[in-house]
Write a protein that binds this ligand. Structure first.
Ligand code: TRP
Length: 426
């Protein structure tokens, strides 16, 4: 849950839903969770627990030639992590600004170098956590703080429901404009958001599964993680969109959406400063627990290959991580760094968070559902009779339906990119 719930739910989901047809985006997102995401989640845990190895080691154990694929996945996680930490840094910046009563508008914030400084601090903290090996501490922290985050978001959604714009927000979110579904990019983004939000397709859950106790029920845990994750995302939508429609501002504002609207909640809501400070603190912790899970994958891969300790591997990652992340950080700072006319962070999120993640999910499907020992996997997922049913149906989904849908959505994505000749909009 610590890895799954994070900025993907509160920052990425509303921004993608807002710029991809609102309610229409929910359909590919939920289909993606049910048809590909949940089976992947269950069987990533299964593969981790069966092989007791990280992504690269597990892939190698499935097929020698697949080791390099595991390596490529670890590299992709590193790219996602680099800009994820930038957004986590924004949360930190808002966390500092809110209690001192500084009006934290997004454009005012990015007109300073604060975003860059906050990114550096966040990245160093993340590396520090992995280096000190306090992942147990992270587990305890997220167990205590994630439920609190859920409570605060319920409060915020409740406040949203008292606003004038709630009707418009509800119909934006739940009355899908089906014509948006004709756009293949909406499907590709909905699917990749399902994976991003669950944290599958990048070997994270394989790594976590390798630490899982024999007696944990994988199917049950996966269903709990997935439903918790979807609920938090929907609640975030219910908190953010009423504001968008009450105080104006386009729902398709892009990555800054949550960071433009949330300060407005707190400046209007009774007790807003207190609720706001709590919210940013909890969101920062949620983001950190997800970032740590990603860094853990990269560090474990390096340590598997070199025999170094995780801590030493992480030490070597600090500078590359800062260097790479700085490109994204500078794109929302006075430097306004852009490639191809787009802020680097947007480009990173499209390339790695959307396209890369679809590729990652596809190769993970092939590894887990075709190359791995299928019987052993199914045994991991289901012991009891109903769970055996879950294991079989999940396996069949993962073996056929998921790869075919993933291939189709990658193909349409590639085709539309070629036809359009550019990354159209967001
Ligand atoms: N799921 C996390 C979130 O919603 C982010 C995350 C964790 C992730 N592990 C991942 C994203 C692996 C992509 C791949 O914020």
């Amino acid at each position: 849950m610590g890895s799954a719930v994070g900025l993907g739910n509160i920052w990425r989901f509303p921004y993608l839903a807002g710029s991809n047809g609102g309610g229409a985006f929910l359909i590919p997102y939920l289909v993606g969770i049910a048809v590909c995401g949940l089976p992947l989640l269950m069987f990533e845990y299964a593969a981790g627990r069966h092989y007791r190895l990280g992504v690269m080691g597990a892939f190698k154990a499935m097929s020698r030639r697949y080791e390099v694929v595991g390596l490529a996945i670890a590299a992709m996680v590193f790219f996602i992590l680099s800009y994820y930490l930038v957004v986590a840094g924004w949360t930190l910046g808002y966390l500092i600004a809110t209690p001192i009563g500084k009006e934290a508008g997004f454009s005012a914030f990015t007109a300073t170098w604060w975003p860059v400084a906050c990114f550096v601090v966040t990245a160093v903290v993340c590396c520090g956590v992995v280096m000190l090996g306090v992942t147990k501490g992270i587990e305890r922290t997220s167990r205590a703080l994630l439920p609190l985050l859920a409570v605060v978001i319920v409060l915020m959604a409740g406040y949203g429901m008292t606003l004038e714009g709630r009707g418009e927000a509800l119909s934006f979110l739940f009355k899908p404009d089906l014509s948006a579904l004709g756009d293949p990019l909406v499907w590709a983004r909905g699917f990749s958001q399902a994976f991003f939000s669950l944290g599958v397709g990048m070997g994270v859950m394989i790594t976590y599964g390798s630490y899982m106790a024999r007696e944990s029920a994988i199917a049950r845990s996966s269903v709990i993680v997935a439903s918790g994750d979807v609920s938090v995302a929907l609640l975030a939508g219910l908190a953010i969109f009423p504001l968008v429609f009450t105080f104006g501002g386009p729902p398709g504002a892009g990555p800054q959406l949550a960071f433009e609207t949330l300060p407005q909640v707190f400046s209007h809501m009774p007790g807003g400063m207190l609720v706001g400070s709590a919210f940013y603190l909890l969101l920062f912790v949620a983001a950190l627990t997800s970032a740590v899970s990603m860094l853990q994958v990269v560090a474990a891969t390096i340590s598997d290959r070199t025999g170094w300790s995780t801590s030493r591997a992480t030490r070597w990652l600090v500078l590359p991580l800062l260097g790479l992340g700085l490109l994204s950080a500078l794109s929302y700072a006075p430097a306004d760094l852009r490639f191809f006319g787009q802020p680097v962070l947007d480009l990173m999120d499209t390339t790695f968070g959307t396209f890369g993640l679809l590729v990652g999910a596809l190769v993970t499907c092939i590894a887990i559902f075709w190359l791995a020992d299928g019987l052993a996997m199914k045994e991991q997922v289901g012991h009891g009779a109903p769970r055996r049913f879950v294991a079989w149906s999940g396996f069949l989904l993962g073996r056929y339906v998921a790869p075919i849908t993933l291939l189709a959505s990658l193909a349409t994505l590639a085709a539309s990119l070629i036809v359009l000749g550019e990354l159209r909009g967001r």
